[in-house]
Ligand binder design. Structure first.
Ligand code: CP
Length: 308
């Protein structure tokens, strides 16, 4: 299976066999991600980071992944300090930077911007999150976390919070459907999962239930994937105020749950998981953020053809 020069834009571009291959590669690289083994796999390679939206985990874990593999990072830095402010369009920015680097990681607010960038790039483009639909590297690390901490096959999972605008849940539910999951979507009605995604899942024989109550489903699932209500996606601040605190995982909610229940969150969290949960064996979200390093190492190494 060759990934060399392949763009990573959407989970829909990957078969289950290919996803498993990326997860297996990440597992091999985990000791390097932990700093236990050293690697020079990306010696002489340059990874460009173009982040047109704020990011902590995606940006820094790509940076760490590159450095742990012996490569170097070219960081556009703040958009305000770049020629984007002079009106340069994304296509030209990509054309230029693909002549400076061996791979580009792009985060951008517009749906479809990574796909468009891949058409103007002479090197592989990895989508670090664009618009409200795709965040494939997050999905790879979510799948890796679930495989490491629970199980992927026929998982009973609840996805909760902002299911309308949340690109992480949109990518994840498609990918999990390849493994035969049962899904419960928990959200205020204003932030429910888009109906076309629900219909798509049902067409693929995935059992889907929708509710607005965490209490109702907490005893029925193996994984809860919490998400933040994203203030930046609301045009009307009053609409955000109405829904921002509707769902919360607290210590008391977890009192009688199965000891194997795992709670994931792509982070950052705001108020949707109480700090009391952090010390429980259910909390997986900080471990999940670490798993972003071996996953991004695997994607970099495979796309640049230094691992097969
Ligand atoms: N989960 C995630 O994408 O986090 P950042 O926005 O900090 O990159």
């Amino acid at each position: 299976m060759s990934f060399k020069n392949r763009h990573v834009i959407s989970m829909k571009d990957f078969s289950r066999k290919e996803i498993d291959y990326v997860l297996d590669t990440a597992e091999k690289l985990e000791p390097v991600a932990r700093g236990e083994n050293r690697s020079r796999l990306l010696d002489g390679k340059i990874v460009a980071l173009l982040f047109f939206e704020p990011s902590t985990r995606t940006r820094l874990s790509f940076e760490v992944a590159t450095q742990r593999l012996g490569g170097q990072v070219l960081n556009l830095g703040s958009v305000e300090a770049s020629s984007v402010m002079k009106g340069e369009n994304l296509a030209d920015t990509i054309r230029v930077i693909s002549n400076y680097a061996d791979l580009i990681v792009l985060r951008h607010p517009l749906d479809g911007s990574s796909r468009m960038a891949s058409e103007f790039s002479s090197v592989p483009v990895i989508n670090g999150g664009d618009g409200s639909i795709h965040h494939p590297t997050q999905t790879f690390l979510d799948l890796y976390t679930i495989r490491r901490e629970s199980h992927l096959e026929d998982l009973k999972i609840a996805m909760a919070g902002d299911l309308k605008y949340g690109r992480t849940v949109h990518s994840l539910c498609h990918a999990l459907s390849l493994y035969g999951a049962e899904m419960i979507f928990v959200s205020p009605p204003e932030l429910s999962m888009p109906s076309e995604i629900v219909k798509d899942l049902q067409k693929n024989k995935i059992k889907v239930k929708e509710t607005n109550s965490l209490e109702e489903i907490i005893g029925d699932v193996e994984v809860i994937y919490m998400t933040r209500v994203q203030r930046e996606r609301f045009l009307d601040p009053e609409e955000y105020e109405k829904v921002k605190h509707r769902l919360k995982v607290t210590g008391s909610l977890l009192k009688n749950v199965d000891s194997n229940l795992k709670i994931l969150h792509p982070l950052p969290r705001v108020n949707e998981i109480s700090p009391a949960v952090d010390a429980t064996p259910h909390a997986c979200y900080f471990q999940q953020a670490f798993y972003g390093v071996p996953i991004r190492m695997a994607l970099l190494a495979l796309a640049m053809g230094v691992m097969e």
